[in-house]
Design a protein around this ligand. Structure first.
Ligand code: FAD
Length: 409
């Protein structure tokens, strides 16, 4: 079977690597680099990124690690230890698992109710799930902002509940907690390209797909600069909305069109810091519930020192975008960092803003549309098609696995 893939982001490359085992794969990427929002940007001796914070949410035991192993990609993912901490109101860190210490007795008393709600609540948002209680909202906003780039009020409770079930899926002491790929994001996409090329597949850089060719409701290939490239199936890595712009609207189905109208990306800001001394002090996530904007941060150089110049640390903060005023959002994020680390030696390397067609997530959590499109033989992968309850690149991998199952049928 001849497979055309639109986009060489993580989703396109995972699908390409898996399918190249038995099929003839061509991956078309509009940019001159592959990896999309999951590769490194070398800058002043640091390995910054085009998107992700060099972190794999479920580490060496999650869907991405499993799919990488299945397709034969050689990536070492190191589990973060400790997996997380929280900064309290005094700027001190406590273990993530001691979060009760941060709460008043009244808020602590609600813990059993919250646990029950996580299991049964299907309606409403995370803000509803925590009764809009300000103490709980501070914690849930930090977690949702870090992991999903949405606030509690915009995150469906059912989705949060499904995500938590996947995190604790390994059982007590075996939680699917984060890991760092050695070499950062680029090591992951490099390994996938190696697999695709070793099996005879091709990655075409600088090749923007301008059209999906559809005949009689069935995808027959793609067009690049007006030139037709035949295929038996087409897999798009650019989300449902952008994909739908590439074929004729007469193939649109009303239900699908209605779902498209609801889709929105999640937006956020990443601030990359060059730290002369550790700011976080460990490789896991530092959640920051008591800031104006920053939801959390990590310091990946505790696992892979090669991501920064010798003796330095790469520290990255992340914040969900709360308003459209980007300059104000950045200003508040930078103020947070100053307040959290008043006496530490660090400098700001780069501030990166993610929204619109280069977002944090192409479809905000809970609005996922799956792999199918109204056109037969045209499928979507990537963070526009993750499936329920999977975050970030774990969702990208879970969505690709789901597509592989569909194609087998
Ligand atoms: P993309 O990476 O967007 O790939 C799509 C590709 O298609 C791009 O290369 C694009 O150039 C190409 N393309 C677009 N249009 C066309 C066209 N017409 N023709 C050909 N090519 C085209 N996830 C984690 O797991 N851990 C993290 O630490 C993490 N942190 C994040 C922090 C930030 C600030 C951001 C922005 C994201 C973060 N994520 C993280 C999310 C993760 O980076 C993304 O979910 C993932 O990289 C998305 O991959 P993708 O393949 O779906 O899409």
């Amino acid at each position: 079977m001849k497979v055309a893939i639109i986009g060489a982001g993580l989703g396109g490359l995972l699908a390409g690597a898996a399918l190249s085992k038995e099929h003839d794969v061509d991956v078309y990427e509009r940019l001159d680099i592959y990896g999309g929002r999951f590769t490194n940007l070398p800058y002043k001796g640091f390995q910054l990124t085009t998107g992700a914070l060099h972190m794999i949410p479920h580490g060496p035991t999650g869907p991405l690690a499993q799919l990488l192993a299945d397709v034969g990609a050689d990536v070492k993912i190191v589990k973060c230890s400790p997996d997380g901490s929280i900064m309290n109101k005094d700027g001190q860190q406590i273990s993530f698992y001691d979060f009760r210490e941060l709460l008043s007795p009244a808020a602590q008393a609600k813990i059993p109710l919250l646990m029950a709600g996580l299991l049964i609540q299907k309606k409403g948002t995370v803000a509803d799930m925590v009764w809009n209680d300000p103490e709980w909202l501070a914690l849930s906003d930090s977690c949702c902002g870090w992991a999903l780039s949405t606030l509690s009020r915009d995150t469906p409770a059912a989705e949060a509940s499904a995500i938590i079930k996947h995190v604790i899926g390994g059982g007590p002491g075996k939680y699917n907690t984060p890991g760092i790929p050695m070499g950062g994001c680029k090591a992951v996409v490099d390994s996938l390209v190696k697999v695709i090329e070793a099996r005879g597949g091709r990655i075409h850089l600088g090749s923007k797909v301008d059209k999906v060719i559809v005949e009689g409701g069935v995808a027959k290939g793609v067009s690049i600069n007006g030139e037709k490239h035949d295929a038996d199936i087409v897999i798009s890595n650019i989300g449902h909305k952008l994909t739908s712009d590439l074929y004729d609207w007469r193939y649109m189905k009303p239900q699908y069109a209605a779902a498209l109208q609801k889709v929105r990306p999640s937006a956020g800001i990443k601030i990359c810091l060059a730290a002369e001394e550790p700011l976080v002090g460990h490789p896991g996530v530092l959640f920051t519930p008591y800031t104006q904007r920053v939801n959390g941060m990590n310091e990946v150089t505790h696992v892979d020192p090669s991501l920064a110049p010798e003796g330095m640390h790469l520290t990255m903060t992340h914040q969900a975008m709360r308003s459209k005023d980007v300059q104000e959002e950045i200003k508040l994020g930078l103020q947070d960092i100053k307040r959290m680390f008043p006496n530490k030696k660090y400098s700001v390397l780069l501030v990166q803003c993610y929204r619109d067609d280069w977002p944090v997530n192409r479809i905000a959590s809970g609005l996922d549309m799956g792999n199918l499109t109204p056109v037969k033989g045209l499928y979507v992968v990537g963070d526009g098609a993750k499936g329920k309850g999977y975050i970030e690149v774990e969702g990208v991998a879970a969505g690709v696995m789901n597509l592989l199952d569909i194609l087998k049928k």
